[in-house]
Design a protein around this ligand. Structure first.
Ligand SMILES: O=C(O)COP(=O)(O)O
Ligand SMILES: [Mg+2]
Length: 225
């Protein structure tokens, strides 16, 4: 029954995907029929979750770039400083670093508020440069994010809730990484999938027995039944 399901805030990578990072096809049958708002909250660049909502067939309600960009009810807000991240990334490269996505950098091309760096990059150098520019480095397990400190997915969820007149405490959150800890704090109930990192596991109300979409679906089924 759909009558009493709570709104959801779902991470994408590691939560709606499989281990190699492919979207789990069960997303297509589960999310469009959910009887309450579904927010996708991700570290991915803004167009990725917007496209995902489009193709899955749900409202475009999105927290992207770790809270840097929020879209709800057609209203977009930008909450972080791409210029600083871009300047720091240029300095990182000038000091011998490699952002690591090859010649055509689709990971950052449409990113509005931060820069994502491949996990193969020199982390110590990246952290040094970030500190010089007053930025932080967030490791999601999928990328290092060179970002404005204090801007988090959880702030994005609050913005969504203000726009849609929803109570964040009613939300159920599922995620897998350090960048989901802020969402877990803001949402009323939170779950880390079994493949989650230690920060996400410590922040979650409950750590699930199953990984990836199997874990996420175990929560959604329980909420629905
Ligand atoms: O972009 C990343 O690094 C991780 O993305 P996610 O927040 O959807 O897991
Ligand atoms: Mg994730």
């Amino acid at each position: 029954m759909d009558t009493a399901v709570p709104p959801l805030v779902l991470d994408i990578d590691g939560t709606l995907t499989d281990a190699p990072g492919r979207l789990d096809p069960r997303v297509f049958e589960t999310l469009p029929t959910w009887g309450a708002p579904v927010v996708l909250a991700t570290g991915k660049a803004f167009p990725y979750p917007v496209s995902l909502c489009h193709y899955v067939g749900i409202e475009q309600t999105v927290v992207a770039e770790n809270g840097g960009v929020v879209l709800a009810a057609g209203e977009v807000s930008y909450n972080a400083d791409k210029d600083a991240a871009q300047a720091a990334a240029a300095e990182f490269v000038a000091r011998g670093g490699d952002v690591g996505w090859g010649e055509f950098d689709a990971v950052n091309k449409w990113r509005e508020t931060e820069i994502a760096v491949n996990l193969s990059a020199d982390e110590d150098l990246l952290r040094d440069v970030a500190a010089d520019y007053g930025l932080e480095v967030l490791d999601t397990g999928y990328a290092y994010h060179l970002k404005t400190p204090g801007i988090e997915k959880g702030d994005g969820l609050r913005t969504v809730c203000e726009t849609l007149d929803l109570d964040p405490a009613e939300f159920v959150a599922v995620g897998d990484s350090e960048n989901d800890a802020s969402t877990f704090e803001v949402a009323g109930r939170s779950y880390a999938v079994a493949n989650a990192d230690d920060v996400a596991k410590a922040a979650a109300d409950e750590v699930l027995e199953e990984s990836y979409m199997d874990g996420t679906l175990s929560v959604l089924r329980e909420l629905r039944d």
